[in-house]
Design a protein around this ligand. Structure first.
Ligand SMILES: Cc1ncc(COP(=O)(O)O)c(C=O)c1O
Length: 358
């Protein structure tokens, strides 16, 4: 059939996604390299077995118990009514644009930024505008304010730490942009998918949540919690924002199994998050090693490192892949991004990169 009534802007577009290749060292989608321990796996199995007996019924639409657990985990005085969750923070972000974007409205971010945002904008028929980041990937506040004043976005998307650069935002920038967005009737989403990996002294936007009624902070269990396979993302915001998102969610969007497994993960937060310190140390070591090779390396508060710059980055990416190491060809021209893996995986990456560059 040649004349499907597909939306014009979707014609010829391939589904987006990083290559899922079966190679020994996979350092391309910022996953946590450490699988759940046997104790966590056994607890997950028990929780799923328990819920199996009720699978004839729809799950708790409001996932009350999970929201309570998430609020407790976040702290900062966040209440369960201020928390919302969905199938990955991808879905949380889509719901935010369904509620606050839409035809005739604009979402703004600052490039380089997370590559999925323009897709959420397209899918919700929201206009998409990007300002820029500075050469060191920080955000110039005057520029950011000017973009907000000019385009009057209803949604400002700020990943912090930023993907793909790893750059975190100072709280003063978050607060100033909340003020600027409030002036044009917009909300600010600080996407803290990698929040738990930030370096000592780097704050979370949760600290300024009580002072900014138009601020949304999103998180995920995909990264620090090592639960990417569960698909559980969540947000904290004012009750008004959370209630608005509840209007656009699909009924029973969070399965009983997802809710049960996420609760187990939160019960084991201490153990699951213990690896975060190892990964932060491995990240800092990787940054130093790359700099030692004479490469440009972006400061990182995340579990990945952006490095370059290469005249032919694809050749470097391919050279690594030929040696069994998959990283990500993303970010500004000339740069590559490597996720932080286990010490063995990073040793394989360093050996392969040394060979490729020699
Ligand atoms: C900045 C950022 N936000 C959100 C996500 C979505 O993560 P998930 O849908 O697994 O929660 C990612 C995933 O890589 C990300 O890099």
């Amino acid at each position: 059939m040649t004349s499907l009534p597909l939306r014009e802007e979707l014609r010829g577009i391939e589904p987006y996604g990083a290559p899922q290749l079966d190679v020994p060292v996979q350092l391309n989608v910022n996953e946590n390299p450490y699988p759940p321990s046997e104790a966590v796996a056994a607890d997950v199995a028990r929780a799923v077995a328990e819920v199996t007996g009720t699978l004839n019924r729809y799950p708790d639409r409001e996932f009350t118990a999970l929201r309570e657990d998430l609020a407790r985990y976040l702290g900062h005085g966040v209440t369960p009514e201020q928390v919302w969750a969905a199938n990955g923070s991808n879905e949380v972000m889509l719901q935010l644009l369904q509620a606050f974007g839409g035809p005739g409205r604009t979402a703004v971010s600052f490039a380089p930024t997370y590559s999925m945002y323009p897709e959420y904008a397209r899918d919700t028929v929201t206009a998409w505008v990007t300002g820029h980041r500075e050469d060191d990937f920080s955000l110039d506040l005057d520029h950011a304010r000017a973009v907000v004043a000019e385009h009057r976005p209803t949604v400002v998307l700020l990943p912090s730490p930023n993907n793909p650069t790893g750059t975190a935002l100072p709280l003063a920038t978050v607060t100033a942009l909340c003020e600027a967005a409030a002036g044009v009737g917009g909300v600010v989403v600080v996407d803290e998918a990698y929040g738990e990996f930030r370096r000592a002294g780097t704050p979370s936007a949760l600290e300024v949540l009580p002072d900014n009624p138009n601020l949304v902070v999103t998180r995920t269990m995909s990264k620090a919690f090592a639960m990417a396979g569960v698909r559980l993302g969540y947000l904290a915001a004012s009750r008004e924002i959370t209630d608005a998102v509840r209007v656009v969610r699909l009924p029973y969007h969070l399965s009983a199994v997802t809710q049960a497994v996420a609760r187990v993960a939160l019960r084991h937060a201490d153990e699951l998050l213990a690896r975060v310190d190892d990964l932060r140390a491995e990240r800092d070591r990787t940054v130093e090693w790359l700099r030692g090779q004479g490469l440009d390396v972006a400061e990182s508060d995340a579990n990945y490192v952006l490095f370059g710059r290469f005249a032919d980055r694809h050749a470097v990416w391919q050279g690594l892949l030929d040696r069994g190491v998959l990283i990500r060809e993303t970010g500004p021209d000339g740069w590559l991004r490597v996720s932080v893996g286990t010490p063995d995986e990073m040793a394989a990456f360093e050996k392969a990169l040394t060979e490729v560059l020699s």
